[in-house]
Structures are given as C-alpha cells and as structure tokens.
Design a protein around this ligand. Structure first.
Ligand code: 13P
Ligand code: 13P
Ligand code: MG
Ligand code: MG
Length: 367
C-alpha cells in the first residue's frame, strides 16, 4: 500500500501589528524556527509558514494522521511561544487572541485555532491549493466549494472528465448543534443549497469524489464566538483543495474568486463585505479593517514535501476581481451601520451591542 501523508493547516491570530492589520515578521520567524526543529527531529516532513492578514498559518506535512496530539501539540506550543516571546514583549495587538484555553488537551479543535487536515495517498502528481482568508467566517467557503465541485458553469471538468461525472459529496456541519449531514451532488443539489445559504450555521467541512470516495477538499469550521460565548475575533478560515486528474483543475478551483461575493466578518466581525483575492504581498487588511481577503497558494506534493508555493492570486488576471471587490466595498459601505451592511442580531449578540440594547430595554413603553 502506498504511504499515506497528512496535510495539516493549523492557524491562529496570536496578535498583530497595527491593530488587526498583519502578522509581525518576528512572529513568522519564530514559527518557522519551531517547525524547522520539528522537521529536523523527523516529526514533520515539510512545512510552510505564512500569513493571511493578522492570522499566522502553519502548513505542515507528516505521517501522524489527522487529529494527531503530536502535530496539534506542536501547533499549540508554537502559537503559545510566539505569543509569549514576540506578541507580548512587542505589545502586538490582541496578543494570544485566538488561544481560548490555558492548557492543551491533545487537540486544538475547540480551543480557538482553525484546522483543516487531510490524510491522503499521494497521487502520481498531487497539486493542492491552500486557501486562507482574513476577516471572515468558515461559511465564506460555502459558495466557493459549491462552485468548484458542483457547478458546471465554473468547473468544466464535471462535464468533460468522466471521473468527475458522478459528482461529489459534501459534508455539511451545523455548527450550532455540532451535527453533520452528507449530501451528494448533483442529485441532492437543491437540498445542499437549502442549507449552505445560511453561512453562519451550515458550513461545508469536506468534499469527496463520488466515483471512488477520494477526499477532495477539507475546510476549517471553527466558530470562535460559539466557543468563547462572546466576540473575540473572526474565525478567518482555511481550506485545502486537491486538484487535477479527475478533480477540478487548479484554474477551476480559482475561478469562483473571479466574481467576488459578499461574506460575513468585516470590521469588528460584524459587517458584510466582498471577499477580495490577493497575493501574499497584499495579505493585510486596511480600509475599514478589510476588505476581507483571501490568498491561494499552490503546491505540488512530492513524497510529502511541499514544492512551491505558487502565489496564485498574484496575477494580472485577478486585478479585475480586485477592482470589482473594491467597488462592492464602496457600495455596501454607503450603508454604514444599517442593514444589510451590518450582520443580523443572531451574530451581533456576541458583541458589545447587547449591553446597549439591555440599557434601552427599560426605556421602552407600550403603545
Ligand atoms: P487533467 O485532467 O490532467 O487534470 O487536465 C485537465 C486540464 O486540461 C486542465 O485545463
Ligand atoms: P480579526 O478577527 O482578523 O482579528 O479581526 C478582528 C476585528 O475586529 C477587525 O475589525
Ligand atoms: Mg486580529
Ligand atoms: Mg484575522
């Protein structure tokens, strides 16, 4: 049997430079040093450290499988050490923001960091695309993953490649109840859409190819506000998509970002804004703490080694999408604090607005 390799992308916001703008260079350097040590000890095959705005992203490959306490422990210790040795001494903003627990208990899921992991048998050639977003929530991937794996207007391979012809199955998590449902497309397309339109509650967690159950994509589903019971920062999700040879082409995985859509999580986690695709050099939020941004890094796996990255949105073809996103940003910001710019009460109830509304309660009078 071919060797299995696990790709783990574990991320957290552990404090940032200039408010919620960007991860500090020294945070990246320390994280690299920690992962390099783990590589030299043989725990990791390879790693790549990068940032999505103010979120520190640890991409790792190894043979420990999904949910490994060793790998999760390495990520947790790295986030802790970066917080203590860099974020706190430099008084970076919101040091340790996403580390919601004091003690590590074997798995970072439910402790704040976001996780996307897949254990796979590496194919003869294994192109993957790693997506990481800032100022949004996991439901931001719903539209994207639907288009990549279920929309023939986006993915020509659904029609042209016989291996993809039987479609894909989506695992959707109800993040409020902690329950999952598997829905197969194209037959259950409309049922899937009936759920995933509600992005704050129903979140796509993985996708399989129907013809042989090959795992095609995984995404992080952490909702920080549901864990903490209050607003601490946005989830800023990640996603890994396998591509080519019976799966969507890399270009099909990128195509949904050509026409930006609105996602939740901008400014104080409380506003809708367009998801703007950017290269690593522009992976930093500014205007109104945004607009929400996404980077796409392409790799070839080679015996678990991460060959790359290709900075896929750092390309003239996406200038148009960036301009569109900025125009959408201008339009929705005209609404200021008025819906539909601001999120619904079910999301805002984790913010400080609750106190204001409580104070107003006693002033209401019957008519
Ligand atoms: P593969 O089937 O080899 O992935 O090629 C698809 C393709 O031609 C992409 O445009
Ligand atoms: P992050 O979730 O990226 O830390 O942003 C928090 C925020 O409130 C930005 O306005
Ligand atoms: Mg932050
Ligand atoms: Mg962030």
């Amino acid at each position: 049997m071919p060797d299995k390799v696990t790709i783990s992308l574990i991320k957290a916001d552990v404090g940032s430079l200039a408010g919620h703008h960007i991860v500090h260079r020294e945070q990246i350097e320390l994280a690299k040093k920690k992962l390099q040590e783990a590589k030299e000890k043989g725990l990791l095959i390879d790693y790549y450290v990068f940032n999505a705005g103010d979120d520190l992203e640890l991409l790792m490959t190894h043979r420990e499988g999904e949910n490994s306490p060793k790998i999760h422990g390495l990520a947790w210790d790295t986030f802790k050490e970066v917080t203590e040795k860099v974020s706190r001494p430099l008084k970076l903003y919101a040091a340790g923001q996403d580390l919601l627990s004091e003690a590590f208990s074997g798995n970072v899921k439910g402790m704040g960091p976001g996780v996307a992991e897949m254990e796979i048998e590496e194919r003869r050639s294994e192109p993957i695309v790693v997506f990481a977003a800032d100022k949004t929530e996991p439901g931001a991937w719903n539209l994207i993953l639907y288009k990549i794996f279920a929309d023939p207007w986006n993915t020509a391979g659904l029609i042209l490649d016989p291996v993809m012809h039987d479609g894909f199955t989506f695992r959707v998590m109800d993040v409020q109840k902690g329950e999952c449902i598997d829905l197969s497309t194209p037959s259950e397309n409309y049922s899937l859409l009936a759920l995933i339109g509600t992005t704050g509650r129903y979140v796509i967690e993985r996708v399989w190819r129907n013809s042989d159950k090959l795992l095609a994509a995984v995404a992080s589903v952490t909702r920080l506000s549901l864990i903490a019971g209050r607003y601490v920062g946005k989830d800023d999700p990640v996603c890994i998509v396998r591509c080519q040879h019976g799966l969507p082409a890399v270009g099909e995985a990128l195509a949904p970002f050509f026409t930006p859509h609105f996602v939740a999580g901008w400014m104080r986690g409380s506003h809708y804004g367009p998801l703007m695709p950017v290269g690593l050099k522009d992976s930093r939020c500014s205007f109104f703490d945004g607009p929400p941004r996404v980077v796409a890094l392409g790799f070839q796996l080679s015996g678990g080694k991460l060959v790359g990255p290709a900075d896929l949105f750092e390309d003239a073809a996406f200038d148009h999408a960036r301009r569109t996103a900025l125009q959408m940003a201008e339009f929705i910001r005209r609404n200021g604090p008025i819906a539909p710019a601001i999120l619904g009460m079910e999301e805002l109830e984790y913010t400080g607005i609750v106190e204001t509304l409580k104070k107003l309660q006693s002033k209401f009078f019957k008519v």
